[in-house]
Design a protein around this ligand. Structure first.
Ligand SMILES: [Zn+2]
Length: 261
């Protein structure tokens, strides 16, 4: 069994053949998926997919690219939406100083609100970080000091320092298709040396980041075993061990997701 902890199924890339995409994932052994809310205005479309499929769950949040839409959203609003029965995480949120589509202060305000929502709901917090390793580590340490929450550094491509500081705080890390890319030796080294075996999970982040040997194509959750194979090689595990460990780790973090019978 594999679990795809991060898919983006509501976009136009899947509008034509969503049901086929979901069936191919099931046929590939993917038994649970979390479809991610990146923009508050998308929640209805995202949660509708989760509502329509027993094996798909969802989140509520605003990606740093969209933090500018509502940087001052009240925490109560996020907490209220999170009561939806298929919502199993807060995010994705985070810091992206690479593109900088939202001003930095608005990214910070939005992120801190998401952290507080994660504390109040005790749901995992899905974090995106790009070109902001030190800022993210500083903020997580500061916020953890104010009250515990459960971070997941999704699609992890950051450096060793953020990985070590995050691991100290009990953070989880998700490997994406990037771990299979020829040029990603530095990412593999961080997963090998800094990410604890009991804190690692997998994701496709589809429709983006198709793993080898599908590069250049639309990514879909059926490609998850290729991501898992990449992680297995890095960790020195066989594929069954990788599937088992990442599945157990997933359910330890996402404890609102039901286990398949
Ligand atoms: Zn992301």
């Amino acid at each position: 069994m594999f679990i795809d902890s991060h898919v983006n199924l509501h976009g136009e890339q899947f509008a034509e053949d969503l049901e086929d995409v979901i069936q191919r994932a099931r046929d590939a052994g993917v038994q649970r998926m979390i479809t991610i809310c990146c923009q508050l205005s998308d929640f209805e479309a995202v949660s509708a997919i989760a509502d329509a499929h027993e094996d798909i769950y969802c989140t509520i949040g605003a990606h740093p690219h969209h933090a500018k839409d509502r940087p001052d959203i009240p925490v109560e609003e996020l907490v209220k939406i999170a009561q939806h029965p298929k919502v199993v995480g807060i995010g994705e949120t985070g810091l992206d100083f690479h593109y900088g589509y939202s001003p930095r202060d608005e990214q910070y305000r939005s992120l801190r609100t998401h952290i507080e929502a994660a504390r109040r709901t005790d749901l995992p917090l899905i974090l995106h970080t790009r070109d902001a390793d030190n800022e993210m580590a500083d903020l997580l340490e500061e916020e953890m000091g104010k009250g515990a929450f459960r971070p997941l550094l999704h699609c992890y491509t950051g450096g060793a320092d953020l990985a070590r500081r995050g691991a100290k705080l009990g953070a989880f890390f998700a490997a994406s298709g990037i771990i299979t890319f020829k040029k990603a030796e530095d990412v593999r080294a961080v997963f090998r040396d800094c990410v604890p075996d009991d804190k690692v999970i997998v994701e496709t982040d589809c429709p983006y980041l198709a793993p080898v040997p599908h590069r250049g194509r639309r990514c879909e959750p059926a490609f998850l075993p290729d991501v898992a194979q990449g992680l297995a090689s890095v960790k020195g595990w066989d594929i069954e061990t990788c599937a088992h460990r990442t599945t157990e780790n997933f359910f330890a973090l996402f404890d609102r997701v039901s286990r398949p019978q």
